[in-house]
Design a binder for this molecule. Structure first.
Ligand SMILES: *Cc1c(COP(=O)(O)O)cnc(C)c1O
Length: 353
């Protein structure tokens, strides 16, 4: 690995106790180029723009995928990653589906740890804070023929984030648009999936809903995901989440919630869940909670579901009655080294560089 440290660090201007979210990028980034059938040597270098032209294949044909993960700091200043091997496996699953070369575990893991180690001062400490890491792979070849590219870049960039407590939101159950299709790319974190979701989300926003609950593209009768998060439904004391498939992204937070729920002796049904079942449960007063989960905000609690022209309000549970908030608290405790980690999910970033 080539390490070229910045001569003009910006960390001194960064106040980890008072920063705006998403605009400050850490001092360094990692890049690694693929050419002639192989990945070259990864390089950590000062964060900044790279030279590309509009003829870059990645932006013309959409060979681009990414990951979203976080590094957390504990009260002693130690820095941890959360289940990074899941993100490593998933970026390769996405790459494969988009006919892009897979990255080696060594480049991904060692590169990630070295970058976080070098810029560990950028990892904020405090409730709801973390360093958001964005590994990505995209086609860099300069050519305008629709075919598999021959040149790619793997990169990791990062920005400190703070999730303030997120207010419960209203979500609209999709009855026309789809996020993914059978045989499609829904289970890949393909850049184009997000572009395709923006317009339907904008229409839902105009109707007063913050997000969309995506349903299956064929019948629109089954729940799939919520925005860019996996979705959970609690009916009485059982929680349901749609099974991962080629249309539903295999979220790390989803998997962690399932394992934590089982650890708490909560019954979890990893099975298809229909709009009909959810609305019937609502009419019987058995629908207790619906929420989304993902790395970015961990949990988004829903206060109302919109379906066709109707709005169904959800109960306003107290914190101690809520499964979603209880599981979130336990998960964040593990991520931030405030709680025991019976699952071995936390990985300490050692000081090496
Ligand atoms: C990233 C993502 C998720 C959440 O995955 P996590 O690994 O939990 O962050 C869920 N759905 C979609 C569509 C996503 O892109």
């Amino acid at each position: 690995m080539i390490i070229q440290k910045t001569t003009q660090p910006r960390i001194h201007n960064f106040d980890p106790k008072n920063f705006t979210f998403g605009n400050d990028f850490i001092d360094h980034m990692l890049i690694c180029e693929y050419e002639n059938g192989k990945w070259g040597e990864p390089k950590i270098m000062p964060y900044g723009p790279l030279g590309f032209t509009p003829a870059m294949m990645g932006i013309n044909y959409g060979q681009a995928c990414f990951e979203g993960m976080k590094a957390y700091k504990d009260k002693n200043g130690d820095v941890f990653l959360f289940r990074p091997e899941k993100n490593f496996k998933r970026i390769n699953k996405s790459a494969k589906r988009l006919a892009m070369p897979e990255i080696s575990e060594e480049i991904f893991m060692e590169g990630l740890k070295a970058l976080v180690d070098i810029d560990r001062d950028w990892v904020p400490y405090g409730e709801g804070t973390s360093l958001y890491l964005r590994p990505l792979i995209f086609a860099t070849e300069e050519a305008l023929k629709a075919r598999i590219a021959t040149k790619y870049m793997f990169a990791i960039v990062a920005t400190p984030v703070k999730n303030y407590y997120s207010e419960p939101i209203s979500v609209k159950i999709a009855d026309y648009y789809s996020r993914s299709a059978s045989g499609g790319v829904g289970s890949a974190k393909a850049a184009g999936n997000y572009a395709a979701a923006f317009y339907p989300t904008k229409l839902a926003n105009e109707e007063g809903y913050e997000q969309i609950i995506w349903t299956d593209d064929n019948t629109h009768e089954y729940f799939e995901e919520s925005g860019t998060m996996n979705v959970f439904v609690r009916i009485n004391d059982t929680i349901y989440t749609p099974p991962v498939s080629e249309k539903i992204l295999d979220g790390v937070t989803r998997d962690s919630f399932i394992q934590l729920a089982k650890h708490n002796n909560i019954e979890v049904k990893d099975e298809p869940i229909s709009v009909k079942l959810v609305l019937e449960a609502h009419s019987k007063g058995e629908l207790k909670e619906v929420w989304g989960v993902g790395t970015a905000v961990v949990t988004n609690v829903f206060k109302a579901l919109g379906y066709k022209d109707k709005k169904y309000n959800l109960p306003d549970l107290k914190e101690e009655e809520s499964f979603s908030l209880k599981l979130k608290k336990q998960l964040v405790g593990i991520q931030t080294n405030e709680a025991e980690d019976p699952f071995g999910w936390r990985i300490k970033v050692e000081k090496k560089y």
